[in-house]
Design a binder for this molecule. Structure first.
Ligand code: 4GM
Length: 223
């Protein structure tokens, strides 16, 4: 899968060089190109934002540098072009799975008060939000989406982990334990060390239901 990210702050994407996503990039399963929007400005001072027409607080990202960057990176509009914004459709695991089937994704990250509306109208396929809160920029949301989508790219993680996880089953995950058997006075639940796999499965199902009822009752009455 190929992923292009357009941003005024390319250095914010260094975390994607580490861990599982870094390995996926190194092995060629994933290609991530971070593009500096400022490289595409025609302004002699490399200006990329300006005051909003109509007045009001904050700055708006100018359309020209963004339009030029998108046209340079995806001239034939092969990519699914996504703009991260608090106004967008809200991300969930179903949306992640949908994106994971695309060959080419392009993420546009806004800063300040966002981008000129004409960029969205002319060049963007979908506005996407990672939740009902506002950040200083779309970079962290873009990274969250890239991480979630990359997990579904073939060979990036073990397929069994994908089926086992929360949201595949409609309930939240049971608690996990590893060595030692006792830590700061707390013991691992005995059933997990009993060797009785039937009892382990039963206990995990019961714990999943309990934690879902407590934290996310809305998930239990779905479908
Ligand atoms: C306002 C308009 C996305 C702010 C456009 C971006 C939160 C999310 C920004 C923008 C963002 C989110 C930048 N904050 N909930 N801040 O996904 O791009």
């Amino acid at each position: 899968m190929k992923i292009d990210v357009l941003t005024l702050f390319p250095e914010m994407f260094t975390p994607l060089k580490t861990s599982i996503i870094g390995r996926a990039v190194d092995s060629g399963k994933l290609e991530i190109n971070v593009i500096d929007i400022r490289d595409y400005t025609l302004d002699k001072h490399k200006k990329c934002d300006d005051a909003p027409f109509g007045g009001g607080a904050g700055m708006v990202m100018m359309p020209q540098p963004i339009a030029s960057a998108i046209q340079a990176v995806d001239p034939e509009h092969n990519a699914k072009r996504i703009y991260l914004s608090p106004k967008g459709r809200v991300l969930n695991q179903k949306v992640v799975l949908e994106y994971s089937k695309e060959e080419h994704l392009l993420f546009l990250c806004g800063h300040y008060e966002g981008v000129d509306q004409r960029v969205i109208d002319l060049f963007i396929d979908e506005e996407l939000s990672i939740g009902d809160f506002v950040l200083t920029g779309g970079e962290i949301p873009a990274m969250a989406v890239i991480d979630a989508v990359a997990r579904y790219v073939d060979g990036v993680i073990n397929g069994e982990s994908l089926n086992q996880e929360s949201f595949a089953s409609g309930t939240l995950e049971y608690p996990h334990y590893t060595r030692p058997q006792e830590f700061m006075g707390l013991k691992v639940p005995e059933v997990l060390t009993s060797g009785n796999h039937g009892k382990v499965d039963e206990w995990r199902a019961k714990m999943s239901e309990e934690i879902t009822r407590r934290n996310r009752p809305d998930l239990l009455n779905k479908e």
